[in-house]
Design a protein around this ligand. Structure first.
Ligand code: ARG
Length: 460
């Protein structure tokens, strides 16, 4: 017999039973469901809505269930549809009458909303810890490669000289914003829907501030309809996770390029690469490819929930049960990607010689050459044209700028003198880009310091 059996003359069709039930996936919320129920029962007792004796019996019963769940001794059933009804049924089986009083002044609608908020709040903390560790790994590699010159790219064409540190530190900055986005999301999420009831609050003299406080929320939600209807906190989290995955995916793509024979800027550790079943020579960057691939899943999770929510009249609709699987999937995916990607970055071998060789071709000091003439008085646009001519000359003669003789250089401008070779030296070119945020060693040192402080300050 269902909990709602009173109104019904027939049993639920077995197909409907399976279709309707969410216990297969929402049992993940068990701990939070018990936590919410404990706070609710205590409040009911403290407000005199149920007796203190019943409140105490419920408390003990719920603690027993929690212990048995942890020990793997509890089996949930689809007959009880979801985690909320499974727990309530189990409680009543165990403690009798008092168990039937737990659902006073409460609905599954506010119950599920509180469970999900509690659950996501905890997961956000774990994801942030994962990002911080990833940032640490990037900063460690950056520290070792402040002098490692590589070509910086635009349009995937060699553009200007940077260091490998500068490149990795760009990702560190993106990840700082991912962390603070998640923190913001956690802060906004931290309001308690419990006591919203089915949708319209309750006639019982409940204390919503007590339950909010007990569960570590900043305040009860202000509107009961909003409390049970809204899932924007889950959507906000999915958006933040999508952006995070987009960042990971870009670095994954670069890792894949960098370990190709065409680039060979890095070599992945054997423990973080895979072989081919047929081609004996292969060493594949599967980890990076999977991170890139799984990014699509997380975007899909966001779209699934956005779409599920878009047409729902207030307040609760069963469509909202579809919130859980995408949210769980996104959380699982991100939590799987972060540590494995961190390990891959930590263990990869950087090949500075190959980066330097790539930097030596592609005229990435052409801007510096134009700047040289500009600093000697030529207007920048004229200098740009003069160096363009030199680059063309070089391509015709299979040379790079620093290989041109002074005579060849002077053919486009008499301003060139012996000191031009210093100005064209790639290490100098990089080091002279010492404007705030640039790749010069002093600036990458400042950035590394900034990241280390950030990681420290955001570690729980
Ligand atoms: N399993 C449901 C969900 O996850 C809980 C809320 C059910 N409420 C209801 N009125 N059917 O959305």
């Amino acid at each position: 017999m269902k909990l709602w059996g009173g109104r019904f003359q027939k049993e639920t069709d077995t197909l409907v039973n399976d279709f309707n039930s969410s216990i297969q996936f929402d049992q993940r919320l068990c701990r939070e469901d018990l936590q919410g129920s404990m706070a609710h029962a205590k409040m009911l007792g403290d407000c005199g809505i149920i007796s203190q004796k019943d409140a105490a019996a419920i408390q003990t019963g719920l603690e027993g269930i929690l212990a048995d769940v942890a020990a793997g001794k509890v089996e949930f059933t689809a007959d009880n549809e979801d985690i909320h009804m499974n727990v309530e049924t189990l409680l009543t089986q165990r403690i009798g009458e008092a168990g039937k009083r737990l659902h006073t002044a409460r609905s599954r609608n506010d119950q599920v909303a509180v469970d999900l908020r509690l659950y996501l709040r905890r997961e956000i903390g774990e994801i942030i810890a994962g990002i911080l560790d990833f940032q640490k790994a990037l900063a460690e590699q950056a520290k070792a490669h402040q002098k490692t010159v590589m070509p910086g790219y635009t349009h995937l064409q060699r553009a200007q000289p940077i260091s490998f540190a500068q490149h990795l530190l760009a990702y560190c900055q993106m990840l700082c914003r991912d962390v603070t986005r998640l923190e913001d999301c956690g802060r906004r999420m931290n309001q308690c829907p419990l006591g919203s009831g089915a949708l319209a609050g309750t006639t019982y003299p409940i204390d919503r501030w007590q339950t909010a406080r007990d569960l570590g929320f900043d305040a009860p939600m202000s509107n009961s309809l909003d409390g049970v209807s809204d899932r924007d906190y889950a959507l906000e989290l999915l958006s933040a996770l999508s952006i995070l995955m987009m960042h990971l995916s870009r670095l994954a793509e670069e890792t894949i390029l960098w370990c190709s024979w065409e680039f060979k800027f890095i070599e992945l550790d054997d423990a973080y690469s895979t072989g081919s079943s047929i081609m004996p020579q292969k060493k594949n960057p599967d980890v990076a490819e999977l991170v890139r691939g799984k990014t699509g899943r997380v975007y899909g999770d966001l779209m699934a929930l956005l779409t599920a929510m878009k047409g729902l009249a207030l307040a609760y609709n069963k469509d909202m049960q579809e919130d859980k699987e995408p949210v769980f999937d996104a959380v699982d995916t991100v939590k799987m990607c972060l540590p494995v990607f961190t390990g891959m970055i930590r263990t990869m071998r950087v090949l500075p010689g190959n980066m330097r060789a790539a930097a030596g071709h592609g005229f990435i000091n052409a801007t510096d050459c134009a700047d040289y003439l500009t600093k000697k008085g030529m207007p920048f646009r004229d200098a740009y044209t003069a160096v363009g001519k030199l680059v063309y000359y070089c391509t015709e003669h299979h040379k790079v700028l620093e290989e041109l003789t002074l005579e060849e250089l002077q053919s486009v401008s008499p301003l060139f003198t012996e000191d031009v070779y210093d100005a064209l030296d790639l290490e100098n070119c990089m080091e002279q880009r010492n404007s705030y945020g640039g790749p010069a060693i002093a600036e990458t040192s400042r950035q590394i310091q900034e990241i280390e402080t950030f990681v420290q300050e955001h570690t729980a």
